[in-house]
Design a protein around this ligand. Structure first.
Ligand code: IMP
Length: 192
């Protein structure tokens, strides 16, 4: 028997597609149009601020920012939960804060997946301390079954059942973020 314990990463092409890149592009365009319409009145020349949660939301944010036709800027935060296996105590730690002040600005936090809700409820509390003019949440995926704390997103590309997915920025052990479609990972990693 082999003693090599290096992780095996099956090819993404072997995994079932949950949402194709075309379906994703369609939803991102729709959300971009919705945000552009909703903020058009209150924009008054002031860009809205998109705050992406690294690293998973980077690709969704890049697409969403371009689908939004009103002026916007972006910033990023990074958080860690203590260990990959999340505990219900919900300890989330800020690794990287925003670079620019958001006081008085219209802010949208952009996330890849709203899962237990621990990350976004922590980040929402933190961002509210900066006194933005408004604060909303956009997420590419929502897994409502997994929620441990009550929080909802304002903009959701797709709501999905409790399956572990990769692609379009989302990873398994840092791999597969570059996969263009969202695909179902064949196993459910520990902690999910
Ligand atoms: P939570 O809402 O605090 O549980 O955290 C959501 C985060 O967990 C997401 O931003 C992802 O980084 C990660 N996550 C949850 N579900 C998945 C999945 O199916 N694939 C990849 N990452 C996931």
């Amino acid at each position: 028997m082999s003693t090599n314990t290096a992780p095996v990463f099956p090819p993404a092409s072997s995994m079932e597609i949950l949402f194709s890149k075309e379906q994703i592009a369609q939803r991102v365009a729709e959300i971009g149009a919705q945000i552009s319409a909703e903020y058009a009145g209150q924009d008054s020349g002031q860009p809205i601020v998109l705050i992406g949660v690294l690293k998973g939301a980077a690709i969704f944010l890049a697409d969403l920012a371009r689908a939004i036709t009103i002026s916007n800027t972006f910033d990023f935060v990074a958080v860690s939960s203590y260990g990959r296996a999340r505990v219900s105590s919900g300890a989330v730690k800020l690794i990287k804060d925003i670079d620019n002040p958001i006081e008085g600005k219209h802010v949208i936090i952009v996330e890849d997946i709203l899962d237990t809700g621990l990350t976004l409820s922590y980040l929402r509390g933190l961002m509210l301390q900066h006194k933005p003019a408004s604060l909303k949440i956009a997420t590419c995926l929502d897994k409502p079954e997994r929620r441990l704390v009550p929080i909802e997103a304002d903009y959701i590309a797709f709501s999905i059942p409790n399956r572990f997915v990769i692609g379009y920025g989302m990873d398994y052990a840092e791999v597969y973020r570059n996969v263009a479609d969202i695909r179902i990972y064949p196993e459910t990693p520990a902690g999910h």
